[in-house]
Write a protein that binds this ligand. Structure first.
Ligand SMILES: O=C(O)[C@H](O)[C@@H](O)[C@H](O)[C@H](O)CO
Ligand SMILES: [Mg+2]
Length: 403
């Protein structure tokens, strides 16, 4: 079998997505997700100029060798653009291998470790009461786990909270970055009240998660982790920027609140100290940004040594291709924790037909050979790309702040 051609498809059904399609001389093809929110065209350029020409004529079944050719063989290693490009190739190649074998991807990985994949939903509100209503609606739909984010008095816009009630939030919502105002003091004084209210109304069994989006310093994160211990969160996510892995030593010394990190990571080396020192509890890197299945299963295995579980990123800015592949991975991986789920818009689902199903707060993996997600190229062509950016944050005095 040989790779005959490969090309990128950029489409914006609701939001931007980049897809890589690899076609073989035997007619079997595979697709991978190459979407990097707000930096889509950088990955397209990397794939078209540096990756696709080097793939033509290769045997697509040699996934491991192609991965190392693109990673180890490159002078410039790692980074989100490179690793998303490699991730897209890897997902497409696993799709091809599973199709050629006539197996759903989870079978090729080693078979089912569980019957269904627990997901968590996003519940947001302009204030605590509005957020509680969202939780109520999701519990009624069968969710066992919810991420809660509510507006904070005195902060005009909070990332992760929908602009209008009943709407979802879109991370990249303007041509150039919108500017948000951030106040750590107001946030830290308010947010524990949200968890107290959730526990009071919904009791102890519901899994409750929260995302800090990297806004705190280590000692502030320690204070928050400690303050919310009575409400036993499933996890506290991205409480500090994580370039300095050592920050987590300090946080861990102060709190038993479980910590999740990694949606902006792309390499096993980003995790090494965090895992070896047992400073975190969940890894978040999606397959599409972490070099695909070939690399992320190594990260998951390393994590497993330290009782750390997976909790893959699953926002609307990863395409159904990444989500579909993740559901196969989640069905197989021994140390699975939870899968994030922000439902895609109907037009997104129409462009990306898939066989995974959502039922009663869980995903059920499909049985179609491959990862079970396809792209309708004619439908994709109807939605042209438009630049969209994530916001930036400034403190109340104008200082540019962390993501
Ligand atoms: O789902 C999450 O946990 C997130 O933090 C997202 O809202 C990201 O910020 C977004 O996916 C960036 O592209
Ligand atoms: Mg997050």
């Amino acid at each position: 079998m040989k790779i005959e051609k490969a090309y990128t498809i950029v489409t914006a059904p609701g939001r931007n997505f980049v897809t890589l399609k690899i076609v073989t001389d035997e007619g079997v093809y595979g697709i991978g997700d190459a979407t990097l929110n707000g930096r889509e065209m950088a990955v397209v350029a990397y794939l078209e100029e540096h990756v696709i020409p080097a793939l033509i004529g290769r045997d697509p079944q040699r996934i491991e060798d192609i991965w190392h050719y693109l990673y180890r063989g490159a002078y410039w290693r790692r980074g989100p653009v490179t690793m998303s490009a490699i991730g897209a190739v890897d997902l497409a190649l696993w799709d091809i291998k599973a199709k050629a074998a006539g197996m759903p991807l989870y079978q090729l990985l080693g078979g089912k470790s569980r019957e269904r994949v627990m997901t968590y939903a996003h519940c947001t509100g302009k204030d605590i009461d509005a957020c509680l209503e969202e939780v109520e609606a999701h519990v009624k739909q069968g969710y066992r786990a919810v991420r809660v984010q509510a507006g904070v008095p005195g902060i005009p816009t909070i990332y992760g909270v929908a602009k209008k009630e009943g709407e979802r939030y879109e991370p990249a919502d303007s041509d150039l970055p919108a500017e948000h105002v951030w106040s750590t003091e107001k946030y830290l004084n308010h947010v524990p009240k949200l968890f107290a209210a959730v526990r009071e109304r919904f009791g102890d069994d519901l899994h409750v998660l929260h995302d800090v989006h990297h806004r705190l310093t280590p000692i502030e994160a320690a204070r928050l982790g400690k303050a919310v211990e009575p409400y036993h969160l499933f996890w506290l996510e991205d409480c500090v920027p994580a370039e300095n892995q050592e920050s987590f030593r300090l946080i861990r010394q102060h709190t038993t609140t479980p910590l999740a990190v990694g949606e902006v990571f792309n390499s096993i080396h980003d995790y090494r100290e965090l895992l070896e020192n047992q400073w975190i509890d969940y890894i978040r890197t999606p397959l599409a940004h972490g070099g695909g299945i070939t690399h992320m299963r190594r990260v998951a295995d390393l994590a497993g040594l330290y009782h750390v579980r997976t909790g893959f990123h699953g926002p609307t800015d990863l395409s159904p291709v990444c989500l579909g592949a993740a559901i196969h991975f989640d069905t197989w991986v021994p140390n699975f924790g939870i899968q994030e789920y922000m439902p895609h818009e109907t037009i997104t689902d129409e462009v990306f037909p898939h066989d995974y199903r959502f039922e009663d707060g869980h995903f059920l993996v499909g049985e179609t050979p491959g990862h079970g997600v396809d792209i309708d190229e004619a439908a994709a062509a109807k939605y042209p790309y438009r630049r969209a950016s994530l916001p930036v944050n400034r403190l109340e005095d104008g200082t540019l702040w962390h993501w």
